[in-house]
Design a protein around this ligand. Structure first.
Ligand code: PLP
Length: 439
């Protein structure tokens, strides 16, 4: 009997005993293709020698040093590397241990910035429905996934949610990209005016929406308009690239493809590639300079922030992505995955949408393609597909069954950046069988 309290208290998952490349093996010797990188984490696959070596060397040099006493070469190097390729204006890096911690730190940094520059009345956070920003209370309050939030609502700080930019679900008949971008971004301006522009602190959004809605990219021009609106009212733009960042969509940061830069950006998951838990907030010079000129101290901090082992792993991950030119493979294999998904599911009567960027792709499953009506949440289509996929040696990341009704079940794919064409074929073939077994 297990003494671990697992995610589900009703079942215990298989025991993973080894992992190499794009596969994880369980205690019975069964192999699973990691077509979701866990939860879009394992960007280099498993057992990568360069990362293991870097971690071993770091462990022998210094495994831990508290950041109130020391910095380390690994952490400093990671800061340098991240800033070398950062979106314009992002000049500093604050290291934490994961995505939720990064979001919490970004929210607090935004608030402290306004307090320090003499605008303490700014307190409202605006975010989007059908988003996920983490499971700690501040991050959960920011996210717009009602299924995750509902029972904790009395504990959550007040946050204001607008509709996401989600073409398949919210674009009106006959609307062009431009018209839809203007309407979707316009919702932010309306909310700002309703709350009072000088009371709003920040707008938080995933550049490409991840787990909650399934690899939903914005339409062209949406984020350019969002950036303009934030600037017009002096509001900070926080982009959450915990899931879609670090190369996943084919550029190191997803916002590069939108032609804008945020004031604060959160990254995690692919940053450590699963080798170590690590996240970061990338901070604009404007915010850093204001806090430096003010109190000179960011009033936050975690025991494991800037952990040397995690930093060493992240340095090795980033150097491998660069050195092995993996973003080129992400783009090429991403296009191939899209092509194969369209060939397999394009005419499937329960697949309403096929979308995504790079190696961040999803299919959306609906009961009725014509009306886009989702399956009833009680059918738990996503859970059944996950089970069927696992039975076929395939890890995918399905989600669905929300109480907001405005989206269906989806299956998210986020394979490691090292996938080859034959892997893509095996992934789509097994996913096809799993979907057909359920709907
Ligand atoms: N933000 C986004 C966009 C995420 O997808 C996630 C996790 O899925 C988080 C934040 C939270 O990250 P973590 O689970 O590392 O706390």
């Amino acid at each position: 009997m297990t003494r671990l309290m697992h995610r589900s208290l009703l079942s215990t998952p298989p025991v993973a005993t080894s992992a190499r490349g794009i596969e994880i093996f369980d205690a019975d010797g069964r192999a699973y293709i990691d077509a979701s990188g866990g939860a879009a984490v394992s960007c280099l696959g498993h057992g990568h020698p360069a990362v293991l070596d870097a971690m071993r060397r770091q462990m022998e040099a210094v495994a831990y040093a508290h950041t109130s006493f020391f910095t380390t070469e690994a952490a400093e190097r990671l800061g340098e590397l991240l800033i070398e390729d950062a979106p314009e204006g992002l000049e500093y890096v604050y290291l934490v241990s994961g995505g939720s911690e990064a979001v919490e730190a970004a929210l607090k940094m935004a608030r402290q910035y306004f307090v320090e520059i003499g605008q303490p009345q700014r307190r409202h956070i605006i975010a989007r429905r059908q988003s996920y920003h983490g499971n700690t209370l501040g991050a959960l309050a920011t996210g717009g996934n009602e299924w995750r939030r509902q029972q904790f609502r009395p504990l959550l700080i007040e946050t204001h949610h607008i509709d996401p930019c989600f073409s398949y679900r919210f674009r009106e008949e006959g609307e062009t990209d431009e018209q839809y971008a203007a309407r979707a971004a316009g919702a932010l301006e309306e909310k700002i005016l309703e709350l009072g522009p000088d009371t709003v602190l920040a707008f938080v959004a995933e550049t490409v929406v991840g787990a909650t809605a399934g690899a939903v990219p914005p339409v062209a021009d949406y984020f350019r308009r969002i950036r303009e609106i934030c600037d017009r009212y002096g509001i900070l733009l926080i982009l959450d690239e915990v899931m879609c960042g670090m190369g996943r969509t084919g550029s190191l940061h997803a916002c590069e493809q939108e032609g804008i830069a945020p004031d604060l950006m959160t990254i995690a998951k692919g940053l450590g590639g699963g080798y170590q838990p690590i996240g970061a907030v990338m901070v604009s010079g404007k915010i850093y300079d204001a806090i430096r000129a003010g109190s000179g101290f960011f009033q936050h901090g975690h025991t494991y922030m800037g952990h040397p082992m995690a930093a060493a792993a992240a340095v090795a991950v980033l150097e491998t992505i660069r050195g092995d030119n993996l973003l080129t493979n992400v783009r090429a294999m991403g296009d191939l995955l899209d092509e194969r998904l369209r060939a397999r599911f394009g005419n499937h009567h329960h697949v309403g949408d096929i979308r995504g960027r790079g190696l961040f792709r999803a299919i959306e499953l609906v009961e009725d393609r014509a009306t886009k009506r989702p399956f009833a949440p009680a059918r738990k289509v996503h859970a059944a597909i996950k089970k069927e996929a696992m039975a076929r040696g395939l890890m995918v990341y399905p989600m669905g069954g929300t109480i907001d009704g405005a989206r269906g079940d989806h299956v998210l794919l986020a394979p490691p950046f090292i996938v080859k064409p034959e892997d893509i074929d095996r992934i789509v073939e097994r996913l096809g069988e799993a979907v057909d077994a359920v709907i």
